[in-house]
Design a protein around this ligand. Structure first.
Ligand code: IMP
Ligand code: MG
Length: 189
């Protein structure tokens, strides 16, 4: 199966992403550079994997990386089914300055669940960084400190983002043809 056949349009190209990431990394590095002990990066798996890999290699500061796995879109769902935090792989964040990284801020459920958890675990400070932010009226009580791009309220894939666990390895951020969803499970609209 050729993934490219399922793409409706490219919303943000890989080149645009890389240009923006360099600017974000510069800003974040400047903000965190005076923390002597270094920072702890907490990427939310699996969506933030590719974004994190590119972003942190543009940040020449001392850092630890502690993965966290959160599930909110199980299987072929296009709307969040509630956030499940699987914090088991999380190392010790006690006394650390944390930069939380996610692929996209949609309903805000993920950040609303994860930020208090990191504080409960003793993090000194928690800042958050997302590559994409959806233009939704429902995002209440949560903000990201660093945002790559604001996008319309459309379901997107690529550059780490999936639909039903597929398309994460697309270079660009894309929308999918409606036929991709209509041939899938009852969770879809
Ligand atoms: P929130 O918890 O509703 O803010 O959504 C954040 C999580 O939902 C992200 O980490 C993504 O995994 C997933 N998500 C939200 N919108 C999309 C999308 O358009 N495509 C793929 N995944 C999405
Ligand atoms: Mg995610």
């Amino acid at each position: 199966m050729v993934m490219q056949e399922d793409i409706e349009k490219v919303l943000i190209s890989a080149e645009q992403v890389h240009t923006r990431i360099k600017a974000m990394a510069l800003e974040i590095t400047r903000d965190f550079s005076d923390i002597e002990s270094g920072i702890t990066i907490v990427p939310i798996m699996t969506g933030a994997m590719i974004f994190t890999a590119d972003l942190i290699r543009e940040m020449p500061i001392r850092m630890k990386i502690n993965l966290m796995t959160v599930s909110s879109y199980p299987g072929a769902s296009l709307r969040t089914q509630g956030v499940t935090v699987l914090a088991k792989q999380l190392g010790d964040v006690h006394g650390r300055h944390v930069l939380l990284i996610d692929d996209i801020l949609d309903s805000g459920g993920t950040l609303r669940a994860v930020i208090p958890l990191l504080k409960e675990l003793g993090a000194d400070s928690v800042r958050s960084c997302v590559l994409l932010r959806k233009d939704r009226q429902t995002v209440k009580g949560v903000q990201a400190d660093y945002v790559g791009f604001d996008i319309p309220d459309e379901f997107v894939v690529g550059y780490g983002l999936d639909y039903d666990s597929v398309y994460r390895n697309l270079r660009d951020i894309c929308t999918l043809k409606p036929s991709v969803y209509s041939t899938n499970t009852p969770n879809t609209p």
